[in-house]
Design a protein around this ligand. Sequence first.
Ligand SMILES: *[C@@H]1O[C@H](CO)[C@@H](O)[C@H](O)[C@H]1NC(C)=O
Ligand SMILES: *[C@@H]1O[C@H](CO)[C@@H](O)[C@H](O)[C@H]1NC(C)=O
Ligand SMILES: *[C@@H]1O[C@H](CO)[C@@H](O)[C@H](O)[C@H]1NC(C)=O
Ligand SMILES: *[C@@H]1O[C@H](CO)[C@@H](O)[C@H](O)[C@H]1NC(C)=O
Length: 962
Amino acid sequence: MGSRRPLRPALRGASSVLLAAIFFLFVFLPISASAQASAGDAAAMRAVAKALGADKSLGWSLTVDPCTWSFVICSDGRVTAIQVGNRSLSGSLAPEMRNLTALARLELQQNEIGGPLPSLAGLSTLQVLLLHDNLFTSIPGDFFTGLSALQEVSLDKNPFAPWEIPETLKDASTLVNFSANSANITGTVPDIFGDFFPGLSHLSLAFNMLHGAIPSTFSNSSIQSLWLNNQRGDTPLSGTIEVIRSMISLTQLWLHSNAFSGPLPDLSGLTALQDLQLRDNRFTGPVPRSLTALPSLRRVTLTNNLLQGPVPVFPATVTQVDVVPATESFCLDRPGDCDPRVSMLLSVAKSFGYPAKFAEDWKGNDPCTGWPGIGCDNTGNITTINFQRMGLSGTISPDFASFRSLQKLLLSNNNISGTIPSALAGLPNLRELDVSNNSIYGLVPAFSSSVLVRTSGNPDIGKNSSSASSPASNATSGGDTQSPTGSSDNGSIKNGSSSGSVGVIVGSVIGTIFGLSLIAALGFCWYKRKQQGFGRVQSPNTIVVHPRHSGSDRDLVKITVAGSTVNGEIGTTTETLSPTRSGPSDIHMVETGNMLISIQVLRNVTNNFSEENILGQGGFGTVYKGELHDGTKIAVKRMESGVMGSKGLTEFKSEIAVLTKVRHRNLVSLLGYCLDGNERLLVYEYMPQGTLSRHLLNWKDEGLKPLDWKKRLAIALDVARGVEYLHSLAHQSFIHRDLKPSNILLGDDMKAKVSDFGLVRLAPDGKCSVETRLAGTFGYLAPEYAVTGRVTTKADVFSFGVILMELITGRKALDESLPEESVHLVTWFRRMQLNKDAFRKAIDPTIDLDEETLASISTVSELAGHCCAREPHQRPDMGHAVNVLSSLAELWKPTDPESEESYGIDLDMTLPQALKKWQAFEDSSLSDLGTSSFLASMDNTQTSIPTRPAGFADSFTSADGR
Ligand SMILES: *[C@@H]1O[C@H](CO)[C@@H](O)[C@H](O)[C@H]1NC(C)=O
Ligand SMILES: *[C@@H]1O[C@H](CO)[C@@H](O)[C@H](O)[C@H]1NC(C)=O
Ligand SMILES: *[C@@H]1O[C@H](CO)[C@@H](O)[C@H](O)[C@H]1NC(C)=O
Ligand SMILES: *[C@@H]1O[C@H](CO)[C@@H](O)[C@H](O)[C@H]1NC(C)=O
């Protein structure tokens, strides 16, 4: 039997008891005997008993006074308590409950009572209401109305129809314990628990369908135990838990299995907190020291969030800790300090509230490994931070000033408020600050005249305070640029015809393209310089590609092109590219935005990967030709599932992010990718003339003309440059490992590009080990690679030497049809080299041999022999090959020397000079676009691409006049 508590209202002072007694004596004594139930209560109790079936199961006799029934307590002729918990009752609860107006305790828990709960409205003496573990099917809206003495409520585990906690619960201002786990409660957490229940100590609303944030008024509450865990709807509880910071009475906080986000607040005030369950949310930011150092803490779970910074270490007093580094975004997988650059980035992210996007993208401890939006120089210093259009709010941290090498800080098109920290003006290397289209106010600090500052689209910039509501990203066409010097009068994109298009940035192209092939292949639009006669445009033009929504059958690409200032004239144009052939054009690929492309689009453009569309079969998968709506072409590489097998999604994405940064005119550009279930597809520019092997080795079968020596030389130089660039990349050791003529692709102008670089990195370790790949590629493999599997850049040099030999002889690296002593090209070629006459015969008979050509071939053959030296250290590096070949190619320099110059590599430069110039050029152009920041936040089954925010194009102003 339940314990009988004294009824508090009856004990409020002797005088009131006395008064009540006198009142009862006068009013009731003549009507009923003192121990007997009032007539009203008796009638109500009989109805209750019948509905519950208690007349049978509990032996409540309907003919005797209910005050004599077991588990019923009366006081002064009124029923004050019904305590039938766990009595195997079924039936239902009669509406006459409401007539028991002196009831203080109603305990019906752990039975099988069903049907709708009747309203208890007006039972102003009811203190304890235990209804949990029953089969009640609904709860009326006025259930709690007027229950002004209520202290303890349990409604857990009833199959209620969805309901919301009514505001009228406020009437129960003496509430101490409210428990309604698994009660099908919908809506938001009502904003009453903080302000209206000064004595509330336990609130349990776990396993419901609640959504929204914890109301901020909770900070006023004295709740000791709060359970909001495991909300089951599609949108569980969310938002930050900043409010927790002031809930200093908490001893137990269960928020696990929701969608809470943002950083863990400072918990140093929660000195009683013992049990903290935060796992399975989306918390970001570092675990605060205020948590690990909390003396009261005994139990904590943090697993399955996006926590950042160092792995937290809890003292031994915390007896249960659940933190699995692999599930978080910690910089290391064990305790230890983060790289200073990571810490700096985190302190900057703090002012933006540690966006989940960063936490998802920033994996590991080296921001220079392709973290979206982060650009580095080759010493690993961060030179570019591009957080454009990331939905950031919050403020600009003065800690940006700790990135001393920073050249570009791009924050446009977010919802950032606050001011521009003056510390930024002290950045010694800053060249560009773009904060356009935000809600920034205040004076712009005095930047040096060499800094390009963009502030347009901030209505309150220059004012002392922010006007209350300033829409942050209104599309204002022709975003003008403020520069303290007024020296940079920039052209900008006019939104023009694209303003209404629902586009997404998929790829972005800056600058100058060298192969026509690229234009023809991509169908991208280009900006054609308005005034060819004027001097070189120093900085790249900007091209934005936005594919249509993937669901649409109008496919991928439509392009807006930025204008550029040429000697003061602003050029602006928007056009859609058609695969037109034109003279050398001024575009090259530099950076990409969102590169995710849906499988539907790829199915459409490849005619559902039909066999007629197969371009080739590589070591990593099948390549299909794709044709876009307007006739432009792409190449889609569908990875063999086995190749990608164990490679995780995140890993794949981060590799892709790295690959997209590798941009060189002699490397085939990765334009996008697709993840769909187990499918991994890579989208490349289409190279219309196909592989080098086609032209060099199979020209007869293909009905092609043999390549003349000039073309071969040009191709060799192209390949050497591409590979040299790969080898020069500072932070990624890009060793191709599989150079061969079938991996060298040609454009319509016969410019060569190396393909398939970096793919080895995509494959799981060992999967592409020597054994599995030897077969097809043996003739090209460096001996040490073939034997030991050890690979250095010199392995590529060897393969390159073999390709040179092929170019000279027109023979395959490995030709089984020949006599044994001639099967291996390298061996045979070396022998031929020993004798002048023999060598002459070894040269491809289709080459017209004049004096000059022979001399050139001799030089190349020397280089080839050198490259194929047995010992890796005897082989030159690719830079040497470029030097040798370019000195020969000098005679056949491109007809349009300007294209070489504006590209940034001058043939007359030394390699280090050229590299440096190129690097600087790349750094500066990389960041003008969304970088690859859009890569992340995409999931496995992504089929749609977020639409771009209005007015996005405004920031794509060209950056002339720097
Ligand atoms: C309950 O009270 C209502 C009025 O408040 C009355 O009409 C009704 O008859 C009562 N029911 C019983 C069973 O006494
Ligand atoms: C909640 O309500 C819905 C709709 O009536 C019902 O299908 C579901 O079973 C209920 N859930 C629980 C846990 O009672
Ligand atoms: C780059 O970083 C190194 C330390 O890693 C530092 O010594 C150097 O000064 C930095 N360079 C610049 C330009 O800040
Ligand atoms: C900004 O956009 C809002 C809503 O789209 C509109 O009401 C407002 O007039 C716009 N303001 C400007 C300056 O364009």
